[in-house]
Design a protein around this ligand. Structure first.
Ligand code: PEP
Ligand code: MG
Length: 549
């Protein structure tokens, strides 16, 4: 039998099934037997214990797993849920049902919003079931213990379960629920476990049954023959390290893979990971703790430190991006109601041109000391006037290669006017997404809109790609999107010519590029552009990309 689902990761595993116990049942809608105050006390104790358990699990892990568990711990103490459940107890419900109904209302609200919010509903459901299990005095279903390695099969896995998996024992995960962006998928990817989510047929699998979990193909094969096992193992390239070769697509199209750096600390490590240069050196590190602008010679030394490991290579530096969440006293802090829409980036520098001039002088001096191929770009450029201002000033101070980051939607819309003025452009997908979807990137409540897979963001990226091609100007991507392997391929299909990301992500992106030709990247891009939502674009591209491998 073959069970289909959505594969996560590139690995393949063969092993015996071990099923996770079913989640605790829905509590009966019974009236409380005790008085309201003792029932309320029971409720608060169960929620506090649930929050404490989730927090202590968060402390054992890092990265996305920690964030998810910490968010769940907060959900368990959410005042809206507590108020709602308390009111239900006061009206006569037992604590078990009161907490179940209170979380249920909250969950339905998230589901109604749809998209990524709906996927967070599963995390909420897990918190609810944990609290109900405590109130009922039954154990929360845990990942089964075994002294032999196994393939874990479950209806769904809560982040708390995925985070606590014993990687020596769990070979792969198969769940009936879930999607590519559910936390099971995100955490499985982070832990490099092959997984198949949305495999509705997996409810048929029994303990002890041998299965092959083929994540790239998105299938579980039950009771496989020897030949089937050997076949998938031979095709498994997931553990083969991808040597840090220069970035390229499957047809040989070169795609420089560059590093995003926040200071000099990671520069040498980035070279070791195969960074072919720096695509974004954020320079705020030099200014954030200063009461006054650092001197030209102090800046020169610090830039030279970051440049040295990249002698002879391209290093693109972004001048100070102050304002919004990075207010600097010496730029004259003024209160703004909406600082992200205020005097930030180039706007702030233009009012303090001496700060900008000093920075450009220091960058040119550091280039002379280290022999890098320096490019300097301005953040938050809105139109051709701002572009021309920056290009003229930077060239007059000796910068040979001058560019802009495209992160304000107006600059993407006007990219055909801007491209002929510059030597390169770099799409800042973090801010471009924030401004395109009117979703503050610092605000958790609109995080679902902060998704660079959104076709609106991709359509703007296409305008930039087209303009770059017409003007013969390279187009980089330096936002987080460049480090999402499949989205990176889509961005190349839209006309990007180089990618810059956190150095740790270079390996996965390098490996993904080698699976697609430029023509295929363009096909994926066309598919993504035609979708109605970020989730649809991601899902359609994930499915279509499988045929390229
Ligand atoms: C961006 O906005 O995509 C970007 C790279 O800049 P930052 O995240 O520093 O704003
Ligand atoms: Mg930005």
């Amino acid at each position: 039998m073959r069970i289909s689902g959505i594969g996560v990761g590139r690995g393949v595993a063969v092993g015996e099934v071990l099923r996770m116990a079913e989640p605790v049942a829905e509590p009966a809608d019974a009236p409380r037997t005790g008085d309201a105050s003792s029932e309320r006390a029971r409720l608060l104790a169960a929620l506090a214990e649930t929050a404490a358990e989730l927090s202590s699990r968060a402390a054992l892990v890092d990265g996305a797993a920690r964030d998810v568990l910490a968010a769940q711990a907060l959900m368990a103490q959410d005042p809206t849920v507590i108020d709602d459940a308390t009111a239900r107890i006061d009206a006569g419900q037992c604590a078990e049902r009161a907490v179940f109904d209170a979380f249920g209302g909250y969950r339905r609200m998230l589901e109604a919003v749809g998209g990524l919010m709906a996927e967070r509903a599963a995390d909420l459901e897990d918190v609810c079931r944990r609290a109900v299990a405590r109130l009922m005095g039954v154990g929360v279903p845990q990942v089964p213990a075994s002294d032999r390695p196994f393939v874990l099969v479950a209806h769904d896995l809560a982040p708390a379960d995925t985070a606590a998996l014993d990687l020596d024992k769990v070979l792969a995960i198969v769940t009936a629920a879930g999607s590519p962006t559910s936390h099971t998928a995100i955490l499985a990817k982070q832990r490099r476990l092959p997984a198949i989510v949305g495999a509705s047929g997996c409810d048929e699998l029994a303990d002890g049954q041998v299965v092959v979990v083929d994540a790239p193909a998105g299938v579980v094969v039950t009771d496989p023959s020897r030949a089937e096992i050997d076949g998938v193992r031979a095709a498994d390239d997931s553990s083969a390290p991808c040597a840090p070769t220069p970035g390229a697509l499957a047809d040989g199209t070169a795609v420089p893979l560059l590093a995003n750096l926040g200071d000099a600390t990671d520069a040498a490590a980035a070279v070791a990971l195969g960074a072919e240069g720096v695509g974004l050196l954020r320079t705020e590190f030099l200014y954030l703790d200063s009461q006054a602008a650092p001197s030209v010679s102090e800046q020169t030394d610090r830039y030279a430190e970051a440049f040295r490991p990249f002698a002879g290579r391209r290093v693109l530096v972004r001048v100070l991006d102050a304002g919004a969440d990075k207010q600097l006293a010496f730029l004259g802090h003024v209160h703004e109601e909406n600082p992200a829409l205020g005097r930030r980036g180039l706007r702030a520098l233009r009012e303090h041109e001496s700060v900008l001039r000093d920075q450009l002088r220091a960058l040119v001096a550091a280039r002379e000391l280290t022999g890098v191929e320096l490019g300097v770009m301005a953040p938050m450029v809105a139109d051709a006037d701002e572009t021309a201002y920056f290009v003229e000033l930077a060239r007059s101070l000796g910068v040979g290669s001058v560019g802009i980051t495209v992160e304000v939607p107006s600059s993407a819309v006007l990219a055909d006017q801007l491209a002929p003025l510059v030597d390169f452009m770099s799409i800042g997908t973090n801010d471009l997404t924030q401004y395109t979807l009117a979703a503050d990137r610092m605000l958790g409540s609109v995080a679902a809109f902060q998704d660079p897979w959104h076709p609106a963001v991709l359509r703007l990226a296409r305008l930039v790609g087209d303009a770059g091609r017409a003007a013969g100007v390279p187009v980089g991507v330096c936002g987080e999107a460049a480090g999402d392997p499949l989205l990176a391929v889509v961005l190349l299909g839209l006309g990007a010519t180089e990618l810059s990301m956190s150095p740790a992500l270079l390996g996965e992106v390098r490996a993904e590029l080698l699976r697609h030709t430029l023509a295929e990247a363009r096909e994926l891009a066309a598919l993504a552009l035609a979708q109605r939502s970020a989730a649809d674009a991601r899902a359609v591209v994930t499915k279509a990309a499988r045929t390229h491998r």
